[in-house]
Design a protein around this ligand. Structure first.
Ligand SMILES: *[C@@H]1O[C@H](CO)[C@@H](O)[C@H](O)[C@H]1NC(C)=O
Ligand SMILES: *[C@@H]1O[C@H](CO)[C@@H](O)[C@H](O)[C@H]1NC(C)=O
Length: 446
């Protein structure tokens, strides 16, 4: 992730000094509007949530949109995005040490923002037993939906009427459409007062249809000048094997083959990850993860955030969840995305930072070509790609759209778009949710 580099020594001093005085690092005004646990009766368990109400809405309370954010991984905590990307306070180094500072590009400016710790076993959401951790997206989605119902139930009728959007990034590219399609499928059978007012889904640098997406790494890195022609051929053969195994539904072998080619390419390029080909981020990421773990495992902070005593120590990514979902990795969520594109009242935003060679623009373009159950594909592919500029003409990216689908490529960003381009990301999400300007559906590109 694009973040300032902190000298290790300084970081350690501050973390040591902050122990036992959480209030100084975690200011009161950085606390969620509501947080705690949302029951999922079907699993006799609950998911942790942190909800931040809109601080500067331009809509009446009853129609102020609600955004649900799901993190990727699988098994990564939504505090990754809460503290480093879109939450109201960002863990930063603005004063030469780690501290929480107000985020001018927070996503809860115009919208209520709900971070869910999903699946069970992730972040502050304890799994009642190892076998309670979901092993497939349909189960993850069922839990998300149950938690959402618990949240809306507690909020009352006016809460339920608010337009709702499922958002998230990376591996959540599989969960978001699965949960969205489940909402569309279950709503009609529910009494009016129990329906979910889903209006759309937004996925950043998302894994949705891996069989197509894993075939793009060799070309992306070759044309970026990061591998040579011989390495391109070798990588192409390796990724083709991963895709063939996925097509044959040999899920375990397929994910192994994919991770092998990613490892091989990291070795070949010397990059610590393919998430941002322009930045060597390994050291900063480790420091940030360390600072987050220190903060989120502080007893006072946990109490202030409403974390239960039986919740496990906070980890950025839960190894148990990664293991449980191993055979899920290569399975597709394309049919569910198609259901959302066909939905009468749902829209889809896909956005990627252009420097991501793992799940970036070319990767998403590859799976979009496979859309075969949405009649807008040809018109979408034929639509002009508009240049997106922000105030004073700064280049922010490119936007192509047709019907329910908006696809944005974000300039000067890698895998974690809001971390690199907070201002552009905020403009994008606000305009898309309000169906305005360059990000509106239907309207001509400006
Ligand atoms: C549900 O969990 C509670 C608390 O852990 C336990 O007492 C109860 O027996 C569980 N019920 C079922 C049906 O598993
Ligand atoms: C990449 O390098 C590491 C460290 O040398 C090695 O363990 C790993 O097997 C390599 N990956 C591949 C796919 O060759």
């Amino acid at each position: 992730m694009a973040a300032p580099l902190w000298p290790v020594s300084l970081l350690l001093i501050v973390l040591a000094a902050s122990a036992g005085s959480a209030a100084t690092v975690f200011p009161r005004e950085a606390l969620p509007t509501k947080s705690g646990y949302l029951p999922i009766p079907v699993a006799n368990a609950s998911l942790y949530f942190a909800f931040y109400e809109a601080v500067d809405p331009v809509t009446p309370p009853a129609s102020t949109p609600l955004l649900v954010w799901l993190e990727g991984g699988p098994g990564s905590s939504s505090f990754l995005s809460n503290l480093f990307q879109i939450g109201p306070y960002i863990l930063s180094s603005s004063a030469s040490f780690a501290q929480l500072a107000p985020n001018p590009y927070k996503w809860n400016r115009r919208f209520g923002l709900l971070f869910l710790e999903s699946p069970l076993g992730t972040g502050y959401s304890p799994a009642p037993s190892p076998s309670a951790i979901p092993t497939s997206q349909p189960v993850v989605a069922e839990h998300v939906l149950a938690a959402l119902q618990s949240f809306l139930e507690a909020g009352g009728a006016s809460f339920r009427a608010r337009p709702l959007f499922l958002t998230g990034e990376s591996y959540a590219g599989k969960t978001i459409p699965t949960a969205g399609a489940l909402i569309l499928a279950t709503n009609p059978a529910l009494p009016e007062q129990q329906r979910i007012n889903l209006r759309g889904v937004a996925v950043g640098n998302g894994l949705v249809h891996p069989v197509a997406q894993v075939t793009t790494h060799a070309d992306v890195l070759y044309f970026a000048g990061l591998i040579d022609a011989k390495q391109r051929r070798e990588a192409a053969a390796m990724q083709a094997e991963a895709a063939a195994l996925a097509a044959a539904e040999r899920w375990g072998e397929s994910v192994d083959a994919w991770f092998r080619v990613l490892s091989w390419l990291r070795n070949a390029t010397g990059l610590p990850s393919l998430f941002d080909v322009a930045v060597d981020t390994s050291r900063e990421s480790q420091l940030l993860a360390g600072a987050a773990a220190e903060l989120l495992n502080d007893a006072e902070v946990r109490a202030a955030l409403g974390v239960r005593g039986d919740a496990p120590p906070w980890e950025l990514t839960s190894p148990a969840v990664v293991a449980a979902l191993n055979d899920d990795v290569m399975k597709s969520a394309k049919p569910q995305m198609e259901a959302l594109l066909r939905g009468a009242s749902t829209r889809v935003l896909l956005y990627e930072g252009i420097r991501d060679a793992q799940v970036g623009v070319v990767s998403v373009d590859a799976w979009l070509r496979d859309l075969d159950d949405w009649d807008g594909l040809a018109a979408f592919q034929d639509a002009p790609r508009a240049v997106w500029r922000q105030g004073k003409g700064r280049l922010a990216g490119y936007v192509q759209k047709h019907g329910a689908l908006v696809h944005a490529a974000v300039y000067a960003a890698g895998h974690l778009v809001p971390a690199a381009q907070g201002r552009a990301a905020q403009e994008m999400i606000e305009n898309w949710v309000f169906d305005k300007g360059l990000f509106s559906s239907g309207g001509a590109a400006e």
